[in-house]
Design a protein around this ligand. Structure first.
Ligand SMILES: *Cc1c(COP(=O)(O)O)cnc(C)c1O
Length: 226
């Protein structure tokens, strides 16, 4: 299938799962994860109407952003962010989904150029408590949220998680429902919080049932990565 056909299929699934979960069809955004994929693939997705893209690697992402130089596109950094790479991320991306410490938030805040709108950020939660994964514990959420709130060049938009893979929807929903509960708590405190980024190819339906507002899909749109 072509990229535009794959995008259409995913969009239909998002709509169907949203309807089944009694959620409005526009409640869930699709982030097309284009890491390692060439600009020609992204161009195909743009031609099919896709506007939001996720990139994991700073240099690669920035090259793509510069290549398209299109203010209608929205670029999300979704990879591991080292503090020595924050400047170029702050200068180019629209969103950072993987903020997991105050130092990163403060650097992004200082380095976000004045001519750009505030950088949208999500706090990454290590919801399955995996030693190998980045993200903070749920108990640390409000402390980091408060630190982000002190940063005028950042806008706290919500939470992101990469739960441990589970094949059973009932098991997937343990972590996803825990994220939904945290998100509800955060939303009650911060007016601009509107984004819960969770759900990939294998847990998209369960994530939508648990209130995800943004699913991140790579392979099912662009094909396998080498
Ligand atoms: C790569 C990646 C995805 C997409 O993964 P696929 O299996 O290709 O759909 C989603 N979220 C994050 C954080 C990723 O790094």
């Amino acid at each position: 299938m072509s990229i535009s056909q794959q995008l259409a299929t995913i969009s239909q699934q998002i709509q169907q799962y949203s309807r089944q979960a009694d959620r409005p069809i526009e409640a869930v955004k699709l982030l097309a994860v284009s890491k390692t994929k060439p600009v020609s693939a992204i161009q195909e997705a743009i031609a099919a109407g896709q506007r939001c893209f996720g990139e994991n690697y700073v240099q690669e992402g920035v090259e793509k952003i510069r290549h398209f130089a299109d203010p209608n596109l929205e670029w999300h950094f979704i990879g591991l962010l080292q503090s020595n790479k924050t400047r170029v991320v702050a200068e180019h991306f629209d969103w950072v989904q993987t903020v997991d410490r105050a130092k990163i938030a403060q650097r992004l805040n200082e380095q976000r150029p004045d001519h750009l709108p505030p950088l949208n950020v999500l706090i990454q939660i290590n919801i399955s408590d995996e030693a190998s994964k980045s993200g903070i514990t749920p108990a640390q959420m409000f402390e980091l949220a408060e630190q982000i709130q002190q940063c005028p060049r950042l806008t706290l938009r919500g939470l992101m998680a990469i739960p441990k893979p589970e094949s059973e929807p009932a098991r997937q929903k343990i972590a996803l429902a825990a994220m939904q509960a945290l998100f509800t708590q955060l939303q009650a405190r911060y007016a601009e919080v509107d984004t819960l980024s969770m759900g990939m190819s294998d847990d998209m339906q369960a994530a939508i049932e648990c209130g995800s507002t943004m699913v991140r899909i790579g392979t099912a749109i662009f094909g396998a990565r080498r």
